[in-house]
Design a protein around this ligand. Structure first.
Ligand code: SF4
Length: 410
């Protein structure tokens, strides 16, 4: 049984980033950014394809010099997903990126400061119907704003920076905007987004900037992004990790899938934590299964369980699972025993059955097997294990007895 929380999303306007809708009732999109030189067209496209295969809806590339702008002109027509150009200090690069046909620009108000330059870019975007992300960054806040708030980066200063940029856009009648107020401090970014969501209905792009390498970076980014999503804030997300950008996309997808905000794309592998009853090296088999499923588009929950004594019951809600016992793997589908396979074929069989279920459904898979025979075999191995290990394979009762003896009430 799939259980998903329901979050009331804060209403926002909808904009189009190429063919991807952002805001309103559009699914929350996952973004990442290439780490190649944009002038390296083939290398950048290769990475964009990997990001798209991992589930990225939108990809950003830096447009930091004329060669990068030329690279974009060659990349955009061959990209499988909309491309956003990241503009640094030179507004001319923004105009060139638009010429290259990008689907969106990202401007940092702390970097392009001259109002006439900001308005020139907004005017061009308006003519071309291309949106802009106002990307406020706590680390590169406009110096005047920082000074105004006591030389500190505060949520108020970040929101004001976004509002100042919006005011310039207003002057030229441009409003195809999404906004981010990222910081590397999780509490700061949470406060800034909360505050921003009170004063604007433009779609919001969430992220914790410079979150760092995994696993710490993933935890920090998740703490910030998930907190806001659970409050209904956020229309598109990016994990900023010091890692292969494919990891950013996987983390983003996984977060949205685990919150029930996006449909599952790949296998959700669950596994027991292992204990004294385990009949296999659960960590190793789970890792092998993870690698075997890789990027296969099988939207199923698959379980690897260390023993047939408790595994099938504990993972009874999974679409498919396997539990070890007596050198055999007991395969179960939606909690029903389906087949018995040799232990060294457990992972291969899981993949095979997952492919069948993804194509034909669980009912069709169960119709192929002698479920009663598989259940009898599983029960035989379960009883054999209970016989050899007893009811207390983890020695829990022994520990409880010891505690009681020490307390003097045993
Ligand atoms: S009882 Fe079995 S399924 Fe549960 S944690 Fe231990 S080995 Fe895994």
């Amino acid at each position: 049984m799939e259980v998903s929380a329901t979050f009331d999303r804060r209403p926002t306007r909808q904009i189009q980033v190429g063919d991807v809708a952002v805001g309103g009732d559009a699914p929350i999109s996952v973004q990442s950014m290439t780490d190649t030189r944009t002038a390296d067209v083939e290398g950048t496209l290769k990475q964009i394809y990997s990001l798209a295969a991992a589930g990225a809806d939108i990809v950003r590339c830096t447009c930091n010099d004329p060669e990068a702008a030329e690279g974009l002109a060659r990349i955009v027509p061959r990209s499988p997903v909309p491309i956003v150009a990241d503009i640094h200090h030179q507004y001319r690069r923004a105009l060139e990126a638009l010429e290259a046909g990008v689907a969106c620009l990202r401007l940092n108000p702390g970097n392009i400061k001259k109002p006439e330059h900001i308005k020139a870019v907004a005017r061009e975007c308006k003519d071309r119907n291309v949106p802009i992300r106002i990307g406020v960054n706590g680390g590169s806040l406009h110096p005047d704003l920082k000074a105004k708030y006591g030389d500190k980066v505060t949520p108020e200063a970040m929101v004001e920076s976004a509002q100042m940029e919006l005011a310039y856009f207003d002057e030229v009648g441009f409003d195809l905007v999404k906004i981010s107020v990222k910081a590397s401090s999780v509490p700061l970014m949470i406060d800034a987004y909360r505050m921003l969501s009170e004063v604007t209905d433009h779609p919001l792009h969430l992220g914790v900037t410079e979150a760092g390498p995994p696993p710490g970076g993933i935890i920090k980014a998740t703490a910030g992004i998930a907190t806001l999503l659970a409050e209904g804030i956020g229309d598109t997300i990016r994990y900023s990790l010091t890692s292969d950008p494919v990891d950013e996309v996987k983390a983003g997808r996984q977060l949205l899938e685990s919150l029930g905000l996006r449909e599952r794309k790949n296998v959700d592998l669950i596994a027991c934590p292992s204990c004294g009853r385990a009949e296999i090296d659960v960590y190793a088999v789970a890792q092998q299964a993870l690698e075997a499923f890789g990027e296969r588009e099988l939207p199923l929950q698959v379980a690897v369980m260390g023993c047939v004594v408790n595994g099938p019951g504990e993972a009874g809600d999974a679409d498919l699972g396997i539990a070890a016992g007596n050198k055999r793997g007991h395969l179960f589908i939606k909690g029903k025993n389906a087949a018995v396979v040799p232990e060294d074929e457990m992972v291969d069989q899981l993949v095979e059955w997952a492919e069948f279920i993804a194509e034909h459904g669980s009912e069709a898979a169960l119709a192929r097997v002698d479920s009663e025979k598989a259940a009898r075999e599983a029960e035989r191995d379960r009883l054999a294990l209970l016989e050899s290990q007893g009811d207390d394979a983890n020695d829990s009762e022994q520990i409880v007895d010891l505690m009681r003896t020490r307390r003097g009430d045993g």
